[in-house]
Design a protein around this ligand. Structure first.
Ligand code: HEM
Ligand code: HEM
Length: 280
C-alpha cells in the first residue's frame, strides 16, 4: 500500500480502536461509579450486563470483525485463516449479545416488567435475529467448502450490505437504549437538568457513533480492500472463459493498493462486470 494511503488507514484504525476502548471504559465507569455495578441477581446490577456486553461485544467486537480483512499486514495470510478470524470474532460478538439479552429479559421477568414494549427492544431484537441469519449464511456460504464459487460471488454484495446495515442498526439501538435508561434512572436531578452522569453517558453515545463512523469509512474505501488472489472463470458474450485477474492487469499486490480511489473504483466496477470481484 502506498505510504500515504497506509498512513491514512492507520490513522482511522488507531482512532477506531482507541475510541472503541474508550467506549468500553465509559460503560464500565458508568455501571460501577453511578449505577449498581455488576451481578446476576435479578436486580439492576444484572440489567447492567446488558449495556456492558452490548457495547463490548455487539458494537466493539463486531466492528473489529468487520475490518479484519482490511489490515494490510494480513494480506499475506491465507484467505481461509482470515475467514476464521472474521467468523470467530462475529461468533464471540453474537454470544455476548445473546448473554446481554438474557440479562435484560431475566431482569424484566424478575421484576415483572413487560417485555418487548419499546422501539429499542423491537429494533434490537430484530438486529440480533438478522445477525444470527447473517452468521449462519456466512458460515454456510463462505466456510462450507462445497459451496460453488458463483454462489459465493453472487451473495457477496448482499453479505457486505446486510453486514453494514446490521452494524448501523445495532449502533442506533444502543443510542435508543442509552436515552431510555437515562430517562428511567435519572430522577433527582432529572435528565433535563444535565447532571454529570447524563453528560458522561451522552458522551458515550457520541463515542459509539464516531466508532461506527470510522469502521464504516475503512470498510467502504475501495483502495483499502484486500487484494484478490484467485483466478476465476466467468461468462462473457455467451462464452465461458478462464481469466485471472492478472490478465485483467489487476492482481499486482502493490499496484492494486497504490491506486487512487477512483482507479480502484474502476477496477472494482470492471471486476463486478466480470463477476470477478473476488471477495469470496
Ligand atoms: C431492553 C436489545 C443496547 C438499554 C432491551 C430489549 C432488547 C434490547 C431486545 C428488550 C428486553 C425485554 O423486553 O425484556 C438491545 C440491543 C442492543 C442494546 C440489541 C445493542 C446495542 C442497549 C444499551 C442500553 C440499553 C447500550 C443502555 C443502557 C436498555 C433498557 C432496556 C433494554 C433500559 C429496558 C427497557 C426496554 O425494554 O426498552 N434491549 N439493547 N440497551 N435495553 Fe437494550
Ligand atoms: C466481508 C459482515 C459473518 C465471510 C464482510 C464485510 C462485512 C461483513 C461488513 C465487508 C468487509 C470488507 O469489505 O472488508 C459480516 C457480519 C457477519 C459476517 C456482520 C456476522 C453476523 C461472516 C462469516 C463468514 C464471512 C460467518 C464466513 C467465513 C466473509 C468474506 C468477506 C466478508 C469472505 C469478504 C472479505 C473480502 O472482501 O476480502 N463481512 N460478516 N462473514 N465476510 Fe462477513
Amino acid at each position: 500500500m502506498a505510504m500515504e494511503n497506509y498512513r491514512h488507514f492507520l490513522f482511522f484504525l488507531i482512532t477506531s480502536i482507541l475510541i472503541g476502548f474508550l467506549s468500553i471504559l465509559f460503560v464500565l465507569i458508568w455501571v460501577f461509579q453511578w449505577r449498581e455495578g455488576l451481578a446476576w441477581d435479578g436486580g439492576l446490577a444484572e440489567f447492567n450486563w446488558h449495556p456492558v456486553l452490548t457495547v463490548t461485544g455487539f458494537i466493539f467486537i463486531q466492528g473489529i470483525a468487520i475490518v479484519v480483512y482490511r489490515l494490510p499486514w494480513t494480506w499475506k495470510c491465507s484467505k481461509l485463516m482470515m475467514k476464521f478470524i472474521h467468523a470467530g470474532l462475529h461468533t464471540v460478538a453474537f454470544v455476548l449479545a445473546v448473554i446481554s439479552l438474557v440479562a435484560v429479559f431475566d431482569f424484566h421477568n424478575y421484576k415483572s416488567i413487560p417485555n418487548m414494549y419499546s422501539l429499542h427492544s423491537w429494533i434490537g431484537l430484530m438486529g440480533v435475529v438478522l445477525y444470527t441469519l447473517q452468521l449462519v449464511l456466512g458460515l454456510c456460504i463462505y466456510l462450507f467448502p462445497m459451496t460453488p464459487a458463483f454462489i459465493r460471488a453472487a451473495f457477496m454484495p448482499i453479505h457486505v450490505y446486510s453486514g453494514l446495515l446490521i452494524f448501523g442498526t445495532v449502533i442506533a439501538t444502543a443510542l435508543m437504549g442509552i436515552t431510555e435508561k437515562l430517562f428511567f434512572a435519572l430522577k433527582n436531578p432529572a435528565y433535563k437538568d444535565s447532571p454529570p452522569e447524563a453528560v458522561f453517558i451522552n458522551t458515550l453515545g457520541l463515542l459509539i457513533v464516531v466508532f461506527g463512523g470510522t469502521v464504516i469509512w475503512m470498510v467502504t474505501r475501495p483502495s483499502w480492500k484486500r487484494p484478490s488472489e484467485e483466478a476465476s472463470t466467468f461468462k462473457q458474450d455467451g462464452k465461458v472463459s478462464s481469466v485471472t485477474e492478472n490478465e485483467l492487469n489487476l492482481n499486482s499486490f502493490d499496484k492494486a493498493t497504490m491506486e487512487s480511489s477512483s482507479e480502484a473504483w474502476k477496477r472494482n466496477l470492471k471486476l463486478e462486470e466480470a463477476g470477478l470481484r473476488s471477495t469470496m
